[in-house]
Write a protein that binds this ligand. Structure first.
Ligand SMILES: Nc1ncnc2c1ncn2[C@@H]1O[C@H](COP(=O)(O)OP(=O)(O)OP(=O)(O)O)[C@@H](O)[C@H]1O
Ligand SMILES: [Mg+2]
Length: 348
């Protein structure tokens, strides 16, 4: 496949992305962070999209496991196995030269959580030490936000299991805040709405499909109508209903409140000179959940500054982590140190 020695890794709650640096970088792996295990031998049966297709459909003999939760490692051995598998796909299985890796983690991870990520990468075959970079810094670099001058930049990174807001300047994180709320909670809120309003139980994949097809953070003029199939809550029998995009808006806005609070409190703690820059430049959104229709409009209205969605929103963290490896002279001092140098807050 691609034989390379430098990898930027975004080990996300829902997706694992690996990028290589150079000329803006390139994504070489983009797969669900999921494996299937046989319950008898505990052997890995499938990883990535092959494993994800069994979600909600696996027989009792098979477990479908998502080893990341809310942005941090939940099942260490599975993460290590996933990293080993996908890193060797990229570097070549018999490559004797260990790759140099930069792994992105949430800004607020504890020292123990950092240690786990570093160990997993090293056990999986990376060169020592595996470097760690905070998600918002990687996201800013990957999204092409100029970082070299002392101007403030506000980044929002919205993932599946976590949302982060951070103010950056000169390749450093100045203030940050994070919450364990992301696209997964949006999906749950949609399923909950369908249950309450239509008395219909739907699975997570169906709710996720509905989110992609029609969810919006603000009401739209010509709302999409989607037919969803599920199980009637009273009779237990299969039934389908038609959902109109706009009926989902209040539930979605309610989930977004947490991120709005996170952003507001980040701004409240930002030094005034940097705040002035941010009012000019606005907020840059990255992460897959930034693809939610209308989210830029809604956040701009709620926070009162312009909001831009990065062109490469879902890939920015992995691309930025890879690029950071090519710029260790400037980025190096701002990487996550063993003892966790960043100070900030975790809201929830
Ligand atoms: N077009 C879209 N509309 C709405 N949501 C979307 C869209 N595309 C992706 N998402 C959501 O984005 C989330 C995934 O984003 P991303 O890949 O950045 O997360 P992650 O890095 O795996 O998670 P985290 O950063 O929280 O660990 C999922 O919840 C997914 O449903
Ligand atoms: Mg992420």
């Amino acid at each position: 496949m691609f034989f390379t020695k430098r990898l930027g890794i975004d080990l996300g709650t829902s997706r694992l992305r690996i990028a290589v640096p150079g000329r803006g970088g390139r994504i070489v792996i983009d797969e669900p962070t999921v494996v299937t295990l046989s319950n008898q031998e505990h052997a890995v049966l499938a990883a990535g999209s092959d494993a994800a297709s069994m979600l909600g459909r696996a027989p009792d003999s098979v477990s479908v496991i998502s080893p990341m939760r809310e942005g941090v490692i939940d099942d260490y051995l599975i993460v290590e196995a996933l990293l080993r598998y996908y890193m060797s796909l990229v570097t070549g299985r018999f490559n004797l030269v260990r790759p140099e890796v930069m792994i992105a983690t949430p800004a607020g991870v504890t020292n123990v959580e950092q240690r786990a990520v570093r160990d997993a990468a090293e056990q999986a075959g990376s060169r020592r030490p595996a470097h760690l970079i905070a998600n918002p810094l990687a996201a800013a670099i990957g999204a092409g936000v100029p970082m070299g001058d002392p101007r403030g930049a506000l980044i929002g990174n919205l993932g599946a299991g976590r949302s982060e807001a951070a103010v950056l300047s000169m390749y450093g994180v100045v203030v940050w805040e994070s919450a364990r709320v992301g696209g997964q909670v949006v999906t749950e809120a949609i399923a909950e709405h369908v249950k309450r309003r239509h008395n219909l139980l739907i699975g997570e994949p169906t709710a996720e499909e509905l989110k992609f097809a029609s969810a919006s953070a603000v009401p739209v003029e010509d709302p999409v109508r989607s037919e969803v199939r599920g199980r009637d809550q009273s009779s237990g029998m299969p039934r389908s209903v038609t959902i109109t995009a706009n009926e989902l808006v209040p539930s979605i806005q309610q989930v977004l409140q947490t991120f709005i609070e996170v952003t507001r409190s980040t701004l409240e703690r930002t030094p005034p000179e940097l705040t002035a820059d941010i009012i000019d430049r606005g907020m840059m959104l990255t992460g897959g959940a930034a693809r939610l229709q209308g989210i830029d409009v809604y956040l701009a209205e709620q926070i009162g500054i312009p909001v831009t969605i990065a062109d490469n929103a879902e890939d920015a963290v992995a691309l930025g982590a890879a690029e950071a490896l090519d710029n260790l002279d400037v980025v190096g001092p701002n990487l996550l140190a063993q003892e966790g140098a960043l100070s900030g807050n975790e809201a929830r």
